[in-house]
Design a protein around this ligand. Sequence first.
Ligand SMILES: C[S@@+](CC[C@H](N)C(=O)[O-])C[C@H]1O[C@@H](n2cnc3c(N)ncnc32)[C@H](O)[C@@H]1O
Length: 221
Amino acid sequence: MTTMLAPPRTDMPGDRISAREFNAIRELVYARFGINLGDHKKSLVVGRLQKVLTQRGFHTFQEYYDWLKNDSSEEGLSELANRITTNHTFFNREPAHFEYFADKLLPQLAAARRAEGRKDPRAWFVQQRDGNLRVNDEIRSGVSFRRHNLMTATFPFKHQFDAIFCRNVMICFDHRTRMELVSTFHQHTAPGGHLFIGHSETLGRDETACEYVMPAYRKRA
Ligand SMILES: C[S@@+](CC[C@H](N)C(=O)[O-])C[C@H]1O[C@@H](n2cnc3c(N)ncnc32)[C@H](O)[C@@H]1O
């Protein structure tokens, strides 16, 4: 029996990246997403972006970079961010945060709202014909899902948040970017509000004006 081996793939678009091309992409990624790509990330960048170059018909990283710089839709930048970040996550990851949120924080917030004269809804859930429950329309209308680049200079939110979950994200950033972001979060957190970061992430006393109340950071009221 003969074993056929495929010839080694050479000269695929994006097979190689020059130091200049890597630096250009590294600077773009840092400026737009705050993500720090060290030299050791070169093969990761090549590996993860090779398919993008092929699909989009570019022959070199320089061509790809030039296109990104002129991409006013930002679709390409968003694709770049998705490719180079590790989007590892799963439902109910680090459950201690959700337990604290449900058992401590939500009851406090509900009590504060009631004290302000806000009424609880008619029912929180509506029974469906198939027996399932659906969150009621009033609550649904207050929920919005949006993509938000944390490096955006001005955060587009009108109100301060009672809780911000930003878990295992700042690990991608360098110290200065992390500190700027923590300060921005602080401005956008209501007094007594909480910031949840990943279990493996920590903020020193001199890095935040918040106090640590395991497992979150609380803005002093
Ligand atoms: C390791 S995942 C963590 C996912 C989830 N928060 C969790 O804890 O399971 C890191 C996430 O940070 C996001 N990210 C990196 N830079 C970002 C930026 N500048 N703005 C918004 N999200 C960013 C990535 O898209 C990625 O989804």
